[in-house]
Write a protein that binds this ligand. Sequence first.
Ligand SMILES: Cc1cc2nc3c(=O)[nH]c(=O)nc-3n(C[C@H](O)[C@H](O)[C@H](O)COP(=O)(O)O)c2cc1C
Length: 373
Amino acid sequence: MSDEAVSLQTGGLLQSLPPLLRNDTIIIPIIRFIEKGVSKKMDLTTTYLGLKLKNPLVASASPLSEKVETVKKLESAGIAAIVMYSLFEEQIIHESMELDHFLDYGTDSYAEALTYLPNIGRYSIGPEKYVDHLKQVKKSVDIPVIGSLNGVSAGTWVEYARKIEAAGADALELNIYYLPFETDLTSEDLENSYVNFVSKVRSKITIPLAVKIGPYFTGMGNMCTRLVDAGADGLVLFNRFYQPDFDLEELEVCPNLVLSTSQELRMPLRWIALLYSRVKTDFALTTGIHTAEDVLKAMMAGARVAMLASELLQNGTGRVSEILVDLEKWMKSHDYISIQQMQGSMSEQATHNPHALRRSNYIKVLNSYTSLP
Ligand SMILES: Cc1cc2nc3c(=O)[nH]c(=O)nc-3n(C[C@H](O)[C@H](O)[C@H](O)COP(=O)(O)O)c2cc1C
């Protein structure tokens, strides 16, 4: 029998056996014996947005893509794909406003808007420079490069989706972040604007489109379905919101970016596990991926890829190879042979206790706190 045939026969068999047989003292040693005889290579591959990836680790939109050198280091460390930091709607509009301002000198209608984007590093480079940088990144590495647009409204600026495609991006991630503070804005209006926005961007490009959203929707399941119906090939859950702080001495509202911890993984994990069988799309998990265990959880919830920003910004690009080693080690010791085999295995549909993902878990969690003063 060929290696491939043996691998096919034993691949995932142990995991897919009914619990009763998993305890079988005859069957298990036979399977282990067969498996030992075959030098199997762990299959870490996954697919995301139609892209075949060598493993599920993707560098999330962040300064990690600011320098071509860093992207190359990430590739050498084994990252499977990279999402570029975003080109913001404000950047594009700002540039066209500046142009209008110079053409129509004397009007001050945009005066405030012109000071809206002070010199804020990578986010104040012109949109054309962003597109050039994307081209450079794409030329320098073999891994897929995903462009990123970040905005709130479907204005003419979405032409940049086309420019990102023309620059060679393998896919586009659209990050929609709107803070709905207006008291007359209904959830329905807000959701409709997200859906229209996605349809508009979809109509501009032929490359795959992922939509990155936050967790604050009243009807999360319905919202995700509508985004997919509007043309999203994948959903990136969840955008992490950075809350501003107050400086008590200066009496200023100040930006304050705190990197994530693994604790924050739980929200996207739960939602992907709940939506995996309900919304037919490619889920990417972002927020809180720091270790191989976090990646494994993301896969079992049903994500196609696990995205990392904080971990790599804090501890360096070398973490990618360490996480990959730990991933393989864990898989070997738990008799897994492929990532695909575990994807969705802890989703609501597959887990033996789906209620643990729903409301009934709430009382249990509260009750599990025992250390009283
Ligand atoms: C410094 C920094 C810059 C970021 N820039 C972007 C960005 O340009 N576009 C975007 O969609 N997300 C951006 N993010 C969010 C990350 O892509 C990611 O979704 C978030 O940090 C959660 O993942 P993590 O827990 O791995 O950090 C940024 C995050 C950080 C820390």
